[in-house]
Design a protein around this ligand. Sequence first.
Ligand code: GLU
Length: 314
Amino acid sequence: MMGSSVGKLQTAVEEIVDEMRGMSERGTVASYIPELACVDTKYFGIAVIESDGNVIVGGDGDVPFSIQSISKVFTLTLALGKVGNRLWTRVGREPSGSPFNSIVQLEREQGIPRNPFINAGAIAVTDLILSGHQPREALGEILRFMQFLADDPTVTIDQEVAASEHRTGFRNAALANYMKSFGVLDNPVDFTLGVYFHHCAIAMSCRQLAMAGRFLAQNGSNPSTGLAVVQPERARRINALMLTCGHYDGSGEFAYRVGLPGKSGVGGGILAVAPGKASIAVWSPGLDTTGNSRLGQIALEKLAKKMGWSIFGA
Ligand code: GLU
């Protein structure tokens, strides 16, 4: 019954893996987190999970990588579940048009970050999850949420990456301290940053990440349990934020080329959502100048085109 669409997707993924293997311009790994600078740009992985449960994995789709800012989709989901719309008093919903770690807007906008997906916004969201808990408990909650969504208890935190970023995360410390001075953070800055660095250091494969993103492609429900992770309206809104803010100051370009909600991380991963159709994860560590995976974006552009999945039509 689904033979032809499964076959079409399988062929599309195989073609993309082949093309990506032959690409010579692979971008540059993030070097400001020393541990990430050691990753080879040779990798390319992809996993697509269709709404009927069909799973296609290609290339290095089972190799774990540092999800970095992709974790911000899931911390936003958790924080909205905890504090609901009160979250929007701490963080905005507009694209920043600035680099992921920029500090300039914070001064003009009284310490309120533009959106939950730039570093400052994600630090503010992490602070909300932390309130009322010890850092260890908050981190455990985030990790268990990822394991639950991925349907895989082996998802873990790469402690070396977390320690590496802790040692060198002066810019994030500046953002957090600056927000604290405006009263935007409730908890001790060190605690909030510790939880933030650790959830960015969660390691997952494309397969695990695509599994975790399924609820966003399926109106908020988790197909493994049939239960709602979030209400359909919330899933729609998270997708809207991913489309408008998920690639920092490359968000417009990603919407133009790919036409899908997506969130990238400086580890080279991208989680993309074809609403009602599929959850997709790609990974290639080399980044472009906006900090987004170079091959990951090309692969998603090709996949969306081959499958006709852009939310804007053909
Ligand atoms: N942990 C990284 C940082 O805060 C995340 C950045 C990213 O993936 O965009 O710098």
